[in-house]
Design a protein around this ligand. Structure first.
Ligand code: B12
Length: 211
């Protein structure tokens, strides 16, 4: 659909006002919100990601694209949450220490909330103690860790170690994700779940909680 490719293009170009107008238009025309998210906003972010990797664009362009993506997400969020019913479980979610990427984490957050889970978003650059303390304080069943850098992905192991050393061990499950993270890595650190994208994350959490 033309709207999706237009959305992707405007995200890529960092045209946040145009992105907002297009998302509003899509909602008014009853276009699928998850398709606008995945085929529009996320697709745009993915293609700027490829250009960033190839040194065709630099940090300022990526930041503008990220701002455009966030502007679109802010409008989609209430619609994604509209379906929310009674809480199906509590999840503490954050991007691990040293890592400031939050776009993917935020999408995972909205998708989980939209599926009826309570999500405590502890933010970015989060030390292991914060994950453990928040899970304790909130009585969460799941800790969800995001990482976009190979250098910060290894911190997930430290969170696992802190969990094993805490009295939460065996009561809280850990799910991991983010571009460099794989199922093999999740297995290696003993995480209970892995998902490559936000909608799979919802399925994995449902599976872990048996609901
Ligand atoms: C946007 C971006 C930035 C922005 C971040 C803005 C923000 N507010 O998040 C800015 C410009 C700040 C940035 C900075 C840096 N970045 Co950067 N960035 C990106 C970029 C282009 C896109 C990331 C993104 O938002 N993708 C879109 C979202 C929707 O996808 P996603 O994050 O992967 O999330 C999805 C899944 O992974 C999954 N998921 C995510 N989290 C979780 C969690 C759970 C529990 C689950 C189940 C699933 C899940 O679901 C999400 C939705 O489907 C990527 C390229 C890429 N291809 O990933 C580079 C990239 C991640 N960055 C990179 C680098 C190197 C950096 C910098 C070091 C650059 C620098 N020299 O300063 C800094 C590091 C800053 C820091 N300490 O964190 C590298 C990492 C290389 C590596 N292998 O480690 C990448 C891969 C680019 C590259 N190829 O060089 N970056």
């Amino acid at each position: 659909m033309e709207l999706f490719s237009e959305l992707a293009e405007k995200v890529e170009n960092g045209q946040h006002k145009e992105v907002m107008t297009l998302v509003e238009k899509g909602i008014a025309e009853n276009i699928s919100v998850s398709e606008m998210l995945n085929k529009g906003l996320v697709a745009g972010m993915n293609s700027i990601g490829i250009k960033f990797r190839n040194n065709e664009v630099f940090v300022p362009e990526v930041l503008m694209a990220a701002r455009a993506m966030k502007a679109g997400l802010a409008i989609l969020k209430p619609v994604l949450l509209r379906e929310k019913v009674a809480s199906k479980g509590k999840i503490v979610l954050g991007t691990v220490k040293g890592d400031l990427h939050d776009i993917g984490k935020n999408i995972v957050c909205y998708m989980l909330q939209g599926a009826g889970f309570d999500v405590i978003d502890v933010g970015i650059d989060v030390p292991k103690e914060t994950f453990i303390d928040a899970a304790k304080a909130e009585g969460a069943q799941i800790i969800a860790l995001s990482s976009l850098l190979t250098t910060t992905m290894v911190y997930m192991q430290e969170v696992m170690n802190a969990l094993h050393a805490s009295d939460l061990n065996d009561t809280v499950k850990v799910i991991v994700g983010g571009a460099p993270v794989t199922q093999a890595y999740a297995n290696e650190i003993g995480a209970h779940g892995y998902a490559a994208d936000a909608s799979t994350a919802v399925d994995v959490v449902r599976g872990l909680l048996g609901r």
